[in-house]
Design a protein around this ligand. Structure first.
Ligand SMILES: C[S@@+](CC[C@H](N)C(=O)[O-])C[C@H]1O[C@@H](n2cnc3c(N)ncnc32)[C@H](O)[C@@H]1O
Length: 261
């Protein structure tokens, strides 16, 4: 059983004010230790998704693990960030919040239905610093002449870290890992020389995680870099240097690493 969590959207409301509103309605909030604006929520028989504050974009319902990825990306006010597989925008809206609506994000996704959800969420959350594009990620990276200083690759994956009963065939894994490698390889065409890429999946499969990274290190000369303070984020270092897994009870399982060239 997962613990529901919310991220308070500081683009729209102060943290204390929303906590008071929700506690007055009977919700019990418990702070997530690595995120000042993230809270586990005990709904006490209610449904927080139905609250007006949700529709107004005062908070985003987001798994606690997912909140960690923009923190690792370390989004800053003057960044130019590419979020290549962005829909429905949980992480994009958090990145915009961390940038206080400064700098610029390009948020891309390949699926029209998911782009609609992304655009809706950007609007709901009062995000003003984001341009939305709809392209296959590999095509985007091959065509784009802009150099970003940070790129988030929250790649399509099997979802085995979220749903325990996912049935996935070897062929599907092969297709996914081919795409994951192509996205990672080509992301470096669009990266500033001092920039970095954060690669993340919500998969527990080694094929989509360490194996993809190891392949790209050997084949394309990419390097993983340490995620500072990883213990503070409850991350466990994996067998491949500077790659990490988040496997906390009641949360989605994630794999994450930071890469440079
Ligand atoms: C893990 S989800 C992203 C979740 C999102 N980052 C968030 O935090 O809300 C992966 C996304 O990759 C998109 N995707 C799949 N194939 C793609 C491709 N070839 N190029 C770009 N995006 C792709 C999917 O439509 C999906 O929205």
């Amino acid at each position: 059983m997962k613990k529901k969590a919310i991220r308070i959207n500081t683009l729209k409301i102060e943290i204390d004010k929303l906590i008071k509103n929700l506690e007055d309605k009977g919700y019990i909030l418990e702070k997530i230790n690595y995120c000042d604006y993230g809270f586990f929520v005990n709904e006490n028989g209610r449904n927080i998704a139905h609250e007006i504050e949700h529709w107004l974009g005062y908070f985003f319902i987001q798994d606690a693990s997912s909140m960690l990825i923009p923190i690792i990306l370390d989004a800053k006010k003057d960044d130019l960030i590419l979020d290549l597989c962005a829909a429905p925008g949980a992480k994009t809206t958090q990145i915009a919040q961390m940038m206080e609506n400064n700098g610029c994000i390009v948020a891309n996704d390949v699926r029209e239905d998911r782009i609609k959800a992304l655009s809706f969420n950007l609007e709901r959350c009062g995000v003003l610093n984001t341009i939305v594009t709809m392209l296959d990620g590999v095509k985007f990276l091959k065509k784009c002449n802009i150099k970003f200083n940070k790129i988030l690759l929250d790649v399509p994956c099997s979802g085995t870290g979220v749903y325990e009963d996912v049935k996935i065939t070897e062929n599907q894994i092969k297709r996914l890992t081919t795409l994951q490698k192509a996205l990672l390889k080509n992301s470096f065409n669009c990266l500033d020389k001092d920039g970095y890429v954060v690669y993340s999946t919500c998969s527990i499969l080694k094929e989509e995680n360490e194996d993809v990274i190891e392949y790209c290190i050997k084949k394309f000369g990419l390097e993983t870099v340490e995620i500072k303070n990883f213990e503070r984020y409850n991350l466990k270092e994996s067998f491949l240097e500077n790659t990490y897994r988040l496997e906390q009870p009641y949360q989605e399982k994630f794999f994450v690493c930071k890469l440079m060239k």
